[in-house]
Design a binder for this molecule. Structure first.
Ligand SMILES: Nc1ncnc2c1ncn2[C@@H]1O[C@H](COP(=O)(O)OP(=O)(O)OP(=O)(O)O)[C@@H](O)[C@H]1O
Ligand SMILES: [Mg+2]
Length: 251
């Protein structure tokens, strides 16, 4: 097994008296899809907020390709190649779909300052068009981000994250609220992204999606990592079953 691209070591995050993450540690291998599950309030989004630099952890360390990135700013972490989507989609107010993606493309990449031209000489507009087609928002390009329906907002979240050219993509409940057929479609999109060499870490409550996509699954409960393993092992794990009792998933 190749060494982990991302290493999370003994990370804890306190909010006052609340310990939202308690000594969490795991590694993510480049080229894989890793799922993070756990009941509401387990600390999943808080973990993303630590990885993406929104919060400096109260304790512990995060390394990316061996570099300590603990406490780096969100901007710096994004430019290093970690980008994220938000659980509740947050389009930039007043901006068109195209310009939402443009902001990410111009300011979220390591090589910003070159007008967004790609290494192969593609203009920013050409790249934005391709990204929007890829997430099936090509025909909504002129609309304002906030005028999109919820599913389209999720696609815009993904488009913006992709525009920064991530090496590690953090997806926070990207399929939540989608119909079964939309979920299947989004799962295929995520597989395609991984196929292009992007490593994926995804938080999901929809078991069909997380079990179907992930090679490795991390289970959080009350801020603690209670299990880690392949989908089959995790779904048979007694502490995982206990954590989910009374928390039925229909799909
Ligand atoms: N900025 C904050 N200040 C105080 N408490 C916070 C903050 N962010 C998260 N929390 C608390 O930390 C705990 C974990 O929250 P988090 O959002 O990480 O859960 P989650 O696993 O993503 O849940 P969900 O599945 O509902 O999205 C919760 O009790 C939450 O209220
Ligand atoms: Mg969350």
């Amino acid at each position: 097994m190749s060494p982990a691209m991302l290493e999370v070591r003994d990370v804890s995050m306190n909010f006052g008296a609340l310990r939202a993450l308690d000594n969490v540690g795991f590694g993510v291998t480049e080229g894989t899809i890793t799922g993070i599950i756990g009941p509401n309030g387990a600390g999943k989004t808080t973990l993303f907020n630590v990885l993406a630099g929104k919060y400096r952890p109260s304790a512990g360390q995060v390394t990316f390709f061996g570099n300590d990135i603990t406490g780096f700013s969100p901007d710096r972490i994004c430019k290093m190649g970690i980008s994220r989507t938000y659980q509740s989609a947050r389009p930039f107010p007043g901006l068109s779909v195209t310009n939402n993606v443009r902001v990410a493309l111009l300011y979220g990449r390591a090589d910003d300052g070159n007008g967004g031209e790609s290494t192969s000489g593609q203009s920013a507009d050409e790249q934005i068009g391709e990204i929007l087609d890829f997430v099936e928002l090509g025909n909504q390009a002129a609309k304002r981000g906030e005028d999109l329906i919820p599913i389209e907002r999720k696609r815009l979240e993904l488009a913006r994250a992709l525009a920064t050219e991530p090496r590690l993509l953090l997806l926070d409940e990207l399929v939540a609220g989608l119909t079964p057929s939309e979920t299947t479609e989004m799962m295929a999109t995520i597989r395609t992204i991984r196929g292009r060499g992007v490593t994926v870490l995804l938080i999901e409550h929809v078991m069909k999606a997380v079990m179907g996509l992930s090679e490795n699954i991390i289970v959080l409960h009350h801020g603690e990592m209670i299990a880690e393993g392949d989908p089959e092992a995790v779904s048979r794990d007694e502490s995982v079953i206990a954590a989910y009792l009374g928390f039925q998933q229909e799909d």
